[in-house]
Design a protein around this ligand. Structure first.
Ligand SMILES: NC(=O)c1ccc[n+]([C@@H]2O[C@H](COP(=O)([O-])OP(=O)(O)OC[C@H]3O[C@@H](n4cnc5c(N)ncnc54)[C@H](OP(=O)(O)O)[C@@H]3O)[C@@H](O)[C@H]2O)c1
Length: 314
């Protein structure tokens, strides 16, 4: 089968589109015929060798943490999932990913795919959708009637976070630059602050219950984001290379988020999609052989929005 792999850590040119043996599912695993994977910025960090501590991978390694596809073979001990099922999942970060025609997955990370969007497009959901969900609800404990500030709402996580917060009945204040402003408004933001022209903390005049930071701001800007949080509120940060600020005097907690795979939460997101309450936005659909070029573009900052990567027919 075809796969994209790197045999050594390094720049995007370490990625090779090559022939690889089709994997055989072990106990508790299924093999999936991949309809698509998606690009996440952590893929570049893993390839570059910057994540060797928290995410040790074996070389050669196939990237691609998100998968959407069709179950093609079952390993021993797999129940409740059958050959022919369309599934999605956030794959283990230290295993081979879905930038390939086939991938193995532990059966328990998989969820039935949404029926209302093309199977390949559903690869745009797992990692970023779960990040948004876990930030708002596991860590932020956001409830109806509360106010949330989402900084960096113009990106892939932000698109889901705005929709989920709005759907939960929160008042959503979002930051977006000019290129993202319309998308963030149509995702449901009540207020949009242009972070390219306006100081975010000064523009938030009433306290919020939760701040979600998704933007690669500098550490001083991140520290300032604690100011609009009400006493006892929470700041959840996904840009974990900078620790989340807190304010002990006011009981404001800062939480660094590390997304985890969760098939039940993913099923909740799928249900929202199939009820028409969560929209899956795709910026680009590229063939698998283009993945090295996509990593190069991402390293140059030239990728905006969610890109899915589709193996060509075998
Ligand atoms: N810790 C974890 O487990 C985890 C999981 C998933 C993602 N992440 C991280 O979370 C971040 C968001 O992920 P993503 O996939 O949504 O990334 P993304 O698609 O690159 O979006 C980030 C957005 O931030 C906005 N932005 C840039 N500079 C800004 C500024 N100074 N102020 C406000 N907004 C600014 C940009 O939107 P505009 O168009 O408005 O400029 C950009 O689209 C990334 O850093 C990613 O690596 C972490």
């Amino acid at each position: 089968m075809k796969a994209v792999r790197f045999h050594e850590y390094g720049d995007p040119d370490v990625l090779r589109y090559e022939d690889v043996e089709q994997p055989v599912p072990g106990v508790g695993e299924v093999r999936i015929r991949v309809a698509a994977t998606s690009f996440n910025s952590v893929d570049g960090n893993i390839r570059g060798g910057f994540m060797r501590g928290p995410i040790p991978v074996e070389l050669p390694h196939t990237p691609g943490l998100d998968v959407a596809g069709t179950v093609d073979a079952l390993g021993e001990g797999v129940d409740g999932i059958a050959v022919g099922d369309d599934v999605i999942g956030f794959l283990p970060m230290d295993g081979n990913g879905a930038a390939a025609e086939y991938v193995l997955a532990p059966a328990d990370v998989l969820t039935p795919a949404p029926k209302s969007v093309p199977l390949a497009d559903a690869a745009a959901l797992p990692l970023v959708g779960l990040t948004a969900y876990q930030a708002l609800f596991d860590h932020g404990k956001l409830t109806a009637g509360q106010r949330v500030l989402i900084n960096g709402a113009g990106g892939a996580v932000g698109g889901y976070a705005v929709q989920l917060a709005k759907n939960a009945g929160a008042h959503v204040i979002a930051t977006a630059g000019p290129r993202s402003s319309e998308a963030v408004k149509s995702a449901g933001a009540d207020e949009v602050i242009d972070h390219t022209t306006t100081g975010v903390t000064a523009a938030v005049t009433e306290p919020v219950d939760v701040v979600l930071n998704l933007a690669p701001v500098d550490p001083a800007e991140l520290a300032a984001l604690v100011m609009p949080v009400r006493p006892g509120g929470v700041l959840v940060n996904t840009t974990v290379w900078m620790p989340a600020p807190s304010d002990e005097d006011r009981g404001v907690r800062g939480i660094d988020l590390f997304v985890r795979s969760d098939a039940e939460q993913l099923a909740k997101l799928v249900a929202l999609i199939d009820r028409g309450e969560l929209h899956v936005a795709i910026a680009e659909r590229l063939p698998l052989a283009e993945l090295p070029r996509l990593h190069a573009r991402a390293a140059e900052g030239a990728v905006h929005g969610k890109v899915i990567v589709v193996p060509t027919a075998a």
